[in-house]
Each structure stands twice: as C-alpha cells, then as structure tokens.
Design a protein around this ligand. Structure first.
Ligand SMILES: Cc1cc2nc3c(=O)[nH]c(=O)nc-3n(C[C@H](O)[C@H](O)[C@H](O)COP(=O)(O)OP(=O)(O)OC[C@H]3O[C@@H](n4cnc5c(N)ncnc54)[C@H](O)[C@@H]3O)c2cc1C
Length: 415
C-alpha cells in the first residue's frame, strides 16, 4: 500500500531542512530528499566553509602585523593543507550534527535525486511517494557568462575555489558581490596578489554607496588591484589565465574566480507546490531561505524588505533597509559615526569603518555598517526597525561600554 505522507521536501539546504524540522515539531510526517549533502550550499559550499577559511586567513594577516600591538610572531606561515582540512572538519561536524537532528526529529531522509511529478507526487530511486503537500527547495548553482566558462581547474567557480590544494600566487576575481568580496579578503590576507574586476561603477554594487566607497578604500590599503566599470570579454588559459577586458587590457593571473551570480537550473513549476529559498530567485541568502520555511510551516510572517545583508571579513559589512542612493535628496535624515570615535575600536586596533543610520520622521529606515561585529550590530537596528521603535525611543536604551553598540546609540543623536 502506498503511504501518503503529510509533507515531501526536495532539497536539504537551509530552506528544506528548516521546513522539515519545523514541520516535525508540528507532528507532520515528513520525507526529505537530498541528492548530494544535507546542509546544501550554505553548509557545504557557501556560508560555513568560506567563513572557516576566512578565519585562518585573517588570523594569519593579523599575526603578520601584530608587532604594533606588542606581539611578535616571527616565522608565521600558512599550511594551506591544514586550513582546508579544518574547513572540511568544520563542515563535516556540522553536517553530522544536522543529520542527527533531522533523524532524531523523525524526518525520513532519502539520499537521492527527486523529481516532482505533480502537486502530490515525487519520484526518487525508482519509487513513487505521495504527499499532502510538497515543498521544493532545490537551491541555486554558480552562474557564468559567455566567454567566462569555468574549466574548474584554473577558471574557477565558488565551489572549485573551496577545493584548491594550494594557494595561487595571483588571482583575478570577476565580480564584487558578497562572494567576490569575501574571497578577495581571504586571498589578500593570505598574501596572494588579488585583482577584482567589477562591471558596475562601484565595488559591492548592492550596498549603500558609502559602504562601497569605504570598501574600495580599505581594499586599496591592502594593495588589492581594482578595475571598475570594466567588462570581461573572455578568459583563456595557456599556462596562465588571461582575462581579456573590454578596455583592451589583458590581466594575467595563476587562477581566476568567476563570481558573477548564481543561477537556478530550469525546472517545471507545478501549481499547488511551494517553492522556497534560492530557487525562488528572490533574495539568495541562507537566513531568507530558512525564514521562508518558517513562514510556510509555522505561519510566522516576516517583512521581506527588512532582510539583513552581511559580508564577512575585517571589518565586517552589514546593512538593512534603504540605501542612500535610493532616496530622494532632502527626504531623509542621516547620521554617520566613525568607528574610530569608539574606545573599543582602539582597544581592538580596528578603527576603520562607520555606523550610518538613515531616518524619516524619527523612523529608522536604513542602517549601513562597516565595523568589527557589524553582523551583530545590524540586528540591533533591525529589531528596532521591525518593531517601529523610533530613533528617539531607541535613545532610551542603555548601551554597555566599551562596545561597538555604543556607536548605534551615538549615531542616533546625529539624526
Ligand atoms: C560562497 C558562498 C558563500 C555564501 N555565504 C553566505 C552567507 O554568508 N550568508 C548567507 O545568508 N548566505 C550565503 N550564501 C548563500 C546561501 O548559501 C544560500 O542562500 C542558501 O544555501 C540557500 O539555501 P537553499 O536551501 O535555498 O538552497 P541550497 O543550500 O542550495 O540547497 C539546495 C539543496 O537541494 C539539493 N537538490 C537540488 N535538486 C535536488 C533534487 N532534484 N533532488 C534532491 N535534492 C536536490 C541540492 O543538492 C542542495 O543540497 C553563500 C553562497 C555561496 C555560494
């Protein structure tokens, strides 16, 4: 007899596994299909592995320049094999933890490629499964453009770069979105010669204009070569990568990382099936994916205009809400506090950056932060924004000293 389950989920990334865990909490019978590894891109090829490598890279960079804080580490060197081993250990540990959590929750896991046949049926491993409801959370994959095809050895996508066994001497990074920026930081901290090529007028074009400009300044101090408003026409390899630009220049490097966005494989959409996460091509972030899952399963709505963005590295970059370039001049108030005004930044030797808050009629409409701990700071502003806590009301909160949070408090007085 063919059992009818409550919920079938295709894809075991943040969207899929969150949906599974929350549905089990509500007592639904759940089958989760995953063709590769549980945890999806986030855990295996995205958020977690990059941040793990970034930690090694930045610690190394700090060791090299630690004399100014009274420490000396002569002979600091990189063992890249160990860096990658640690990355693999971290992802494997988290994957095993997730697998156990899913199993303990009573989710049935099928390790196979699944195909949705109709709004109630999925086939996998030659078997057919029937469901009351189906969620598709099949994610996205690295995208590229004509002339920039990956060869997966020298012309790399974001998956390939995680599999490098040694550091290149030089790398060209095409695209300065979050992935491009984070890898530029990683390679530059490992003392690799980095060149970034960006089609738009500014680095990190999705960010507020002043954030983009500050990142450019920081990258220049790190001797990262930057090309803006330039398109890559083609890339070829003949013992070295040649990146041909539309301004007639050719840039040569040992490797190229093409990070120009993510694509969603073609698939047939069925009425009555729910699609969540990267596959929707809306906001391709892990926390957006998991919030969508919770919205679907638990009915907890969230404001899609208040999704925070974070780009990791020293200093971190985070923002939420409106960007200055999207607002009518004179229609808003702005306050910008330099991180160097905060005692804590001097204690930490991390004084570069700012906390910028935008408001309209006392309502906070945007925050843009370049600072150590920006990933945590942005949540404080976001909680205020989401709950309509005005700038004046937020001034009533007592912020601890010495912290970076004080910067939010101080910035409010400039509005
Ligand atoms: C380098 C990099 C860094 C990133 N850093 C961050 C970050 O710091 N913060 C952040 O929020 N986001 C980050 N992201 C984005 C984040 O990884 C994605 O937004 C998130 O993983 C999307 O989750 P998802 O569940 O929609 O899809 P995915 O994580 O892509 O999972 C989809 C899963 O579905 C499986 N699947 C696909 N088709 C089938 C099928 N037919 N049958 C069975 N299984 C199938 C896949 O194998 C995959 O495991 C990063 C991405 C990359 C590439």
């Amino acid at each position: 007899m063919n059992i009818k389950y409550d919920l079938g989920i295709v894809g075991g990334g943040p969207a899929g596994y969150t949906a599974a865990l929350h549905a089990r909490k509500r007592g639904l019978s759940v089958v989760l299909f995953e063709k590769e590894q549980l945890g999806g891109v986030c855990l295996n090829k995205g958020c977690i592995p990059t941040k793990t490598i970034l930690r090694s890279a930045e610690l190394y960079e700090q060791l090299l320049s630690s004399e100014n804080i009274g420490l000396s580490f002569s002979g600091a060197k990189v063992d890249f094999t160990k860096v990658i081993e640690r990355k693999n250990q971290v992802t494997s540990k988290l994957r095993k933890g997730l697998e156990l959590t899913l199993k303990n929750s009573g989710t049935i896991i099928i390790n196979a490629e699944a195909k949705v046949l109709d709004k109630n049926t999925i086939s996998a491993n030659g078997e057919t499964y029937t469901f009351e409801k189906i969620i598709v959370a099949t994610g996205s994959e690295p995208g590229t453009f004509k002339g920039m095809e990956f060869d997966h050895k020298n012309i790399l996508c974001s998956d390939d770069v995680l599999e490098l066994t040694e550091l290149p001497k030089s790398i060209v990074i095409v695209g300065s979105g979050a992935i491009g920026i984070e890898w530029a930081r990683i390679f530059s901290a490992f003392q690799v010669d980095v060149t970034i090529i960006e089609l738009a007028e500014n680095l990190l074009p999705v960010a507020d204009i002043e954030v983009s400009k500050r990142i450019e300044r920081i990258f220049k101090t790190k001797k990262i070569n930057i090309y803006k408003s330039v398109a890559v026409e083609s890339i070829d390899y003949n013992g070295i990568c040649n990146v041909h630009l539309n301004n007639g220049e050719t840039i040569r490097a040992e490797k190229v990382l093409v990070a120009v966005g993510r694509k969603v494989p073609e698939y047939k959409k069925f009425d009555g099936v729910t699609y969540i996460g990267d596959v929707c091509k809306e906001i391709q972030l892990a926390h957006f994916a998991s919030k969508q899952a919770i919205e679907i399963i638990d009915g907890i709505k969230f404001d899609k205009s208040l999704v925070p963005s974070v780009v990791y590295g020293e200093p971190e970059i985070a923002w939420v809400g409106k960007r200055e370039q999207d607002l009518e001049p004179e229609s808003y108030k702005k306050s910008m506090l330099l991180v160097s005004a905060l005692g804590k930044s001097h204690c930490d030797n991390s004084t570069d950056g700012f906390i910028k808050v935008l408001s309209k009629d006392n309502k906070i409409i945007g925050a843009h932060i370049v600072s150590k701990e920006a990933s945590a700071l942005i949540q404080q502003v976001l909680i205020a924004m989401q709950n309509n806590i005005t700038a004046d009301k937020l001034k009533e909160v007592c912020f601890a000293h010495p912290t970076y949070s004080e910067g939010i408090f101080e910035a409010l007085f400039g509005l």
